[in-house]
Design a protein around this ligand. Sequence first.
Ligand code: C2E
Ligand code: CA
Ligand code: CA
Length: 685
Amino acid sequence: MLMGQEERSDPSVIKEQSKLLFSSAYSAVLANIGTALIFYLLIIDSGISGYAGYWFVIFLGIAISRMAVTLRFNDEISAADLQRSLKLYFVTILLLSTAWGFAYVMQYQLGNDDVRNFTLLIYLGLVAASISTMSAWLPSMLAFVFPQLTMMVVILILEGEIVSYYTALAVLVYSMLMLVLAKNLNRNLIDSLELKSVNLNLIDNLNEEVEQRAQAQRELEKHQADLEKVVEERTQELVGINENLQREIDERQQVEQNLRFAEHYDQLTELPNRVLLLDRIKHAISSSAREEWMVAVLFLGIDRFKKINDSLGHAVGDKLLQQVASRLELLLREGDTVARNSGDEFVVVLERIDRANAAELVARKVIASLNDMFNIDDHDIHVGVSIGIAVFPFDGDGPQQLLESADTAMHRAKQKGGNNSQFYAEGMSKEIRDRLDMESRLRFAVDLNELFMVYQPQVDSITGETVGFEALIRWENPDLGLVRPDQFIPLLEENGMINSVGEWIIKDVVRFIQSGGAQDCRVSINLSARQCSQAGLGDFIHRVVNEYAIDPSKLEFELTESMLIDDFKSSTALITQLQDMGCTIALDDFGTGYTSMGYLAQLNIDVIKIDRSFITGIDSDDNLRKIVYAIIGMSQSLEIENVIEGVETAEELATVQALGGRVIQGYLYSKPLRRGAELEDWFSR
Ligand code: C2E
Ligand code: CA
Ligand code: CA
């Protein structure tokens, strides 16, 4: 409003200007009062002293009012109040300037040159000084300068002298200069104040922005934290729900499992119960039958269990049954089943066994294991067990029947005093036990050097020369004595040992040939059926023959007719391989099998051995003579050598010779001979 300054400056700049303006007011007022006092004192003794007194009082009043106006100012002053203060201030300055103007009028009336010069000096000084105190706000400067200036110039012109005109002009120019100076100062001041304000605003804005951003960031973080919390809570909830669900499922499964368990398992021992047992036997039968295995059902009755139960109490009885159960479980293979039938009866099912004696072996282990002392609640308890064994397919074709058979056998075991095992088929027991015994001894026979070979000479009955030997195995056991090969060769075949024992035989015979034990004679080795189907047998023989560097034509192998029929393909392959190597092949026990003439023609056999059953008593049996005559004739026409087995008497020999037989292997000449003395003795004769 005042000179339009408000319009272009912001309120804070005006405030700053006012502050500068008002703060300089004190010194300015004091300087004015001081100067006015000097002026008053200067003119007090003159003729105008009456006016002077009033003037000074009015002057003082104005000066003090000016001071009072500035007191209204403070930093918190409102824009409206400030405007009012500035207006008042403007008025007081205007009045002050007018007061000074009257001072010049007064001195004019006085007409004293010195005083006039002094007032001129005052004017110049006041205007100069006002620059520093009033340039902050130009209206105040104008208010201070113009009234006095006008009155000063008017008075100088009124004087009417050239000098005073010039003086007026000078005062005018001086005043204008001062105003321009003040204006410039004011401009700079406002600029810097504005700049300061702008900077402050900027800083304010900046701070504000920083604060806003910080606020925004804080809010964002808070939101995020809230969100995370919500997610976390929800997750927690879900986990809880899941856990509950899992627990429920587990519980349900547990219940189902318990139900199933109760249906199929015995609570006390946790073994399969009779229901599951019958099922297991059924399965065992169907899977074993398919591959021609056997299934053994062992029915176990704890001897004198009732007595233990009655004397030591049910609790002890129960614990005993539990311990029996765990011993049985420890004893058996994975595929086998141990079940509790009822009371003190347990059942063991052995699946996929190839020999019934495997059941007896297990029965022995069970007896041994249960015979060990039990310790229950500080009681040492000794129990025996009676075991009945039933074997599928011999003793029943269904679970129920097998169990009954085994049960019957168990009762027989009890009748025999307990703590033993019985097969359902009584005869089986002895035979199987013997075989089992022999078989377990046989396992160590090779290592214990209980096996050895004997050699039975084959003699040309016309020249008396030894043309060959048949190697025959012997087993001499300290307990069993001399065991016949007919007894243990089938065992070896059954349990598969024939392969390793067969290789041992071949090596032993080859070494015998190499050592010259047979002199220059051919030695024949018997091959069993299972051996012939052993992969790599031909290669093995080849290796051994090479290793000992013997003449392969000194080695003969005897095969039986039934072997040819069982596995014609692999037998032929073996025969060819051996003959290619240079060995000869003899067909053993000729005439007892089903050999067709076709085989003989196809197979290119070197030797046939006419079985002893055709020779024994041949001298008094026309039929035998006719058969042997035919065989000899056939072999001659096929150009196959023949060896007559089992000639025991001179009569038999004479008959055989008359039929064209020549090479004889029989007791008449010699029994199979041991290496060493017996053979040396043979050769020396
Ligand atoms: P085999 O191959 O027919 O052997 C001939 C059997 O007749 C031998 O019985 C022999 O001692 C017997 N023998 C020979 N001359 C007479 C005689 O004049 N009168 C009577 N009564 N017997 C006579 P051995 O040694 O007891 O062998 C029996 C069977 O065992 C053999 O019959 C053969 O099948 C088998 N065997 C023997 N040694 C071996 C062997 O090393 N390997 C194989 N795989 N089987 C063998
Ligand atoms: Ca033989
Ligand atoms: Ca024979």
